[in-house]
Ligand binder design. Structure first.
Ligand SMILES: Cc1cc2nc3c(=O)[nH]c(=O)nc-3n(C[C@H](O)[C@H](O)[C@H](O)COP(=O)(O)OP(=O)(O)OC[C@H]3O[C@@H](n4cnc5c(N)ncnc54)[C@H](O)[C@@H]3O)c2cc1C
Length: 493
């Protein structure tokens, strides 16, 4: 029998992962990637001995990594040299107080009690709820492949309303555990990873602070790009073929099926097509315009970020690996990013110093720094002045660092590379320059997220952040495995 062929558009985490599963089942799989290297958003930059992870910097949900590497017949612990980052984050508040989020419960207790007497008991209760939300969420929302409505709308799922509090707002729920607004912020800021404000996110997302404290935040020696290298070695071993610097211009469709793609004017045929490029972009740019692209335009998108990558000629050893400045105008921050699609007047922001975790990320006696400032995604009217917003964001970072006693960063910058939402759109074809794709509000979660399979062209499939289960590297691996299974079932293999 003739070997079945699959073309994968894009070598992001989801695309590589799906391709490997398919090749392991004997399919001939070709991945076509517009950029010169694999990884998509999990990308890297190197200059003058400074190495930057330009996308993900946190290896979170390690249990998912373990399970997904195991599903590929590999061990994540053997393939990556992982170290636990503890304390995970150093939080710095506007009033000068600081909190090191650590799994050392004694230290955490001492710190929390200074913020608010009795708050450690509140944290233990919060983590208990987070534990339930994590495990039930994984079992009922992340792992099931909802192929039809009744896979989700069934009696067994009714208790979810109480079990994972989807109808309770995350921030409002925090009053059950803490009074101090700094602590409420310390255990909800992770919602921004889902593209949501804690004032609108379901309380379900307490699973994130829970997994970060309970299962840890990790770092692979050599940086997050090592995950891409590991997945690529498994893909190549399975026989996946990669073509880089090649942009898919169109998906060829016909009636009820897709029969290939056009790359650089050349038609390539396949039995199935799997799109790893951002799902809204695929509908809007690679398929015939039938109204679905317009419909997706109106969906809610996650925020974007302005990122700075600095090579510095001196080390800043007092700066921990992950520092988060959380603004006191917490609500205003989210309103300005999510509602006004702008840069807050006093933004919360994040600094990553990878050389604290792996000295080889910077030349000896120097430093490598990444500054990330969340901003709104690109607006439809294109009114945002990204040059000016970028310059403001840079000044906010310098101002924040001064509060930690770092006054001379500007003078020690050897070079700067920066990304705005325009860069995210250009580099990876992310709709609206939104870094996490479609956001994860209730109506875009689980079964309600765009399906793996196109509703009309039944051999056209999707994988990655804007389809199921959602954003994040480990979830992209889940997405890869599940979409591959859909293809195998569709091709009756
Ligand atoms: C700034 C930032 C920080 C993040 N931090 C974290 C973190 O700390 N931890 C975490 O787990 N996750 C994090 N994420 C999220 C994580 O990176 C993504 O959810 C995940 O990598 C998405 O993978 P994907 O499978 O959707 O593929 P993508 O990364 O979207 O890759 C899709 C690929 O398709 C290619 N492509 C697009 N159009 C075409 C075309 N026409 N032809 C050919 N190829 C095409 C693109 O170039 C790209 O390589 C972060 C993301 C960003 C941007």
């Amino acid at each position: 029998m003739k070997t079945k062929t699959v073309i994968v558009i894009g070598a992001g985490i989801g695309g590589i992962n799906a391709a490997t599963h398919l090749a392991k089942q004997g399919l001939h799989v070709t991945v076509i990637e517009k950029n010169a290297r694999p990884g998509g958003r999990c990308d890297r930059l190197s200059r003058e001995g400074h190495h930057f992870d330009t996308g993900p910097t946190l290896l979170v949900m390690p249990l998912l990594y373990e399970a997904e590497f195991a599903a590929l017949g590999a061990s994540v612990r053997e393939m990556l040299d992982l170290q636990r980052v503890d304390p995970t984050y150093h939080l710095a508040f506007d009033d000068g107080s600081q909190l090191a989020l650590t799994s050392d419960m004694k230290s955490l207790q001492e710190q929390l009690e200074k913020f608010e007497p009795g708050s450690f008991q509140g944290l233990l209760r919060y983590l208990n709820e987070g534990h339930r939300h994590y495990h039930v969420g994984m079992e009922k929302m992340v792992h099931p492949d909802f192929r039809k409505a009744t896979d989700f709308f069934k009696l067994g799922n009714i208790p979810l309303i109480h079990q994972v509090k989807p109808l309770v707002k995350h921030y409002a729920n925090m009053s059950n555990y803490f009074d101090d607004p700094r602590l409420k912020a310390a255990f909800t800021f992770q919602d921004v990873y889902m593209g949501l404000s804690p004032f609108e996110a379901p309380a379900t997302f307490s699973m994130m602070p829970y997994t970060e404290l309970a299962h840890g935040v990790w770092y692979p020696k050599g940086g997050m790009y090592q995950v891409v290298e590991a997945l690529m070695s498994l893909a190549r071993e399975a026989g996946v073929e990669f073509v880089f610097d090649a942009t898919v211009e169109q998906i060829n469709v016909n009636g009820k099926s897709a029969h290939g793609v056009v790359v650089d004017g050349q038609r390539l045929e396949a039995d199935a097509v799997l799109a790893n490029a951002d799902l809204p972009y695929v509908y809007q740019n690679l398929l015939p315009q039938d109204g679905q692209g317009k419909k997706l335009e109106r969906k809610r998108y996650s925020c974007s970020v302005i990122s700075f990558f600095w090579g510095l000629d001196k080390p800043y050893e007092t700066l921990p690996p992950h520092t988060l400045f959380l603004a006191k105008d917490y609500r205003e921050n989210f309103d300005s990013i999510i509602r006004d699609l702008s840069l807050p007047a006093n933004p919360s922001l994040y600094i990553h110093a990878p050389a604290r975790l792996d000295p080889s990320m910077a030349p000896q006696g120097q430093d490598t720094l990444i500054g990330i400032v969340p901003v709104g995604h690109m607006s439809a009217n294109g009114e945002q002045d990204w040059g000016s917003l970028r310059d403001q964001a840079r000044q906010h970072i310098f101002r924040r660092l001064r509060t930690l006693g770092i006054h001379d960063l500007k003078e020690h910058i050897k070079f700067e590379i920066n990304f705005t939402p325009l860069s995210w759109r250009k580099r990876y074809n992310l709709a609206k320059g939104s870094t996490h794709g479609l956001c994860h509000n209730l109506t875009q979660l689980g079964y309600f997220r765009p399906d793996y399979q196109h509703s009309q062209y039944r051999n056209l499939y999707f994988v990655g952040a804007s389809t199921r289960p959602g954003t994040g590297m480990p979830t992209a691996m889940v997405s890869g495995r599940q979409s591959a299974q859909r293809i195998l079932d569709g091709l009756q293999i």
